[in-house]
Design a protein around this ligand. Structure first.
Ligand code: SF4
Length: 325
């Protein structure tokens, strides 16, 4: 299903995540990693999340899974509020694929043990034979074979290690997976294989993804909708093709202008805006719009009032005073 009907699989309401830091002997300050993000992800949908590193997208993904506890706000899974629920039953339904496959796999465990561990935790295999068959089936699903179960992670290439990480996530038959920069540590030639595999698995198993990447061109390939984050805020959310055709937020336009085009003539003729100004300190976010210190369109109002994320056009939301009615 790709239409927004019924109950969202994942819904987050005003989710915030702050991390405390102390500078020397000074008083405790907070990094506002995620700031009041509202978001819904529908069954069978891939929602892409882009932004520069440090914008809060990974923190958001991990907070949705309660790997980080939210500072405030609510997380709903199929309409059920899980913000303070015991997570073990939901861990089966909500999984993660990590950015760096080598450090996410225990080097002392064989591939069979790595994939078998979540099967054991959730008691999914009835017999030893059933467990073995499940592991073999998962390896086959990600393009590896059953003999690989006896090997250790260091015996595999980066792409194969990521396939093992995907098999581990699939082992508990999840409905939702946070794909946290799953291809950014891989060679370009391997990236499309992994992305295509994730798409095939989605078509097969009806999975929903939150696909996080700093590379907007990778996100475009796989996502139905794309959200853009800047310094903890969701600043734009739209259908993927619409966002490319008609980006509204000045920050999204800058991101898109930075995507390389494999045509020198088009590259020369395309519009470019250079951001000038101070990049805000994440410990002391500026008042008003968080982008105003760099925004070429900023007005006096932008330094005073935080713009709300609102629908500027049907299905296209943006947090910018230029589109406030
Ligand atoms: Fe720029 Fe103002 Fe819009 Fe923020 S609200 S993006 S500063 S125009």
């Amino acid at each position: 299903m790709t239409e927004n009907q019924g109950t969202p699989l994942i819904q987050i309401k005003n989710l915030k995540k702050y991390f405390p830091v102390r500078e020397g002997w000074g008083k405790l300050k907070y990094i506002h990693a995620v700031e009041s993000v509202p978001l819904s992800i529908w069954p069978g949908e891939t929602l892409g999340l882009v932004g520069e590193s440090g914008c809060g997208k990974t923190t958001l993904g991990r907070t949705i899974l309660r790997l980080y506890e939210p500072s405030s706000g609510n997380i709903l899974f199929k309409g059920e509020d899980i913000t303070r629920a015991a997570m073990l039953p939901y861990r089966r339904k909500m999984q993660i694929i990590f950015q760096d496959p080598s450090s996410s796999l225990n080097p002392r465990m064989t591939v069979g043990e790595i994939i078998g561990e979540p099967i054991d935790i959730h008691g999914l295999a009835k017999t030893r034979e059933d467990r073995k068959e499940r592991i073999a089936a998962l390896l086959a699903k990600v393009g590896l074979n059953s003999e690989h179960a006896n090997r250790y992670p260091h015996e595999f290439s980066g792409g194969q290690q990521q396939r093992i990480g995907i098999a581990r996530a699939l082992a508990v038959e999840p409905e939702f997976i946070v794909c946290d920069e799953p291809v950014s540590a891989l060679d370009v030639s391997i990236q499309s294989q992994i992305v295509n595999m994730l798409e095939d698995m989605q078509a097969d198993l009806g999975l929903s993804y939150l696909f996080i990447s700093h590379d907007i061109s990778v996100v475009r390939h796989i996502s139905r909708r794309i959200g853009v984050m800047y310094l903890g805020y969701l600043v734009e959310l739209s259908e993927s093709s619409e966002l490319y055709k008609k980006p509204l937020h000045p920050y999204t336009r800058t991101l898109l202008q930075a995507v390389p085009i494999p045509d020198p003539q088009k590259t020369r003729s395309r519009e470019r805006s250079v951001l000038e100004g101070e990049i805000p300190n994440p410990l002391e976010s500026p008042p008003g719009c968080v982008f105003h210190t760099l925004c070429p369109k900023a007005t006096g109002r932008c330094a005073e009032l935080v713009p709300e994320l609102r629908e500027a056009e049907p299905g296209h939301q943006v947090a910018c005073h230029l589109y406030a009615t």
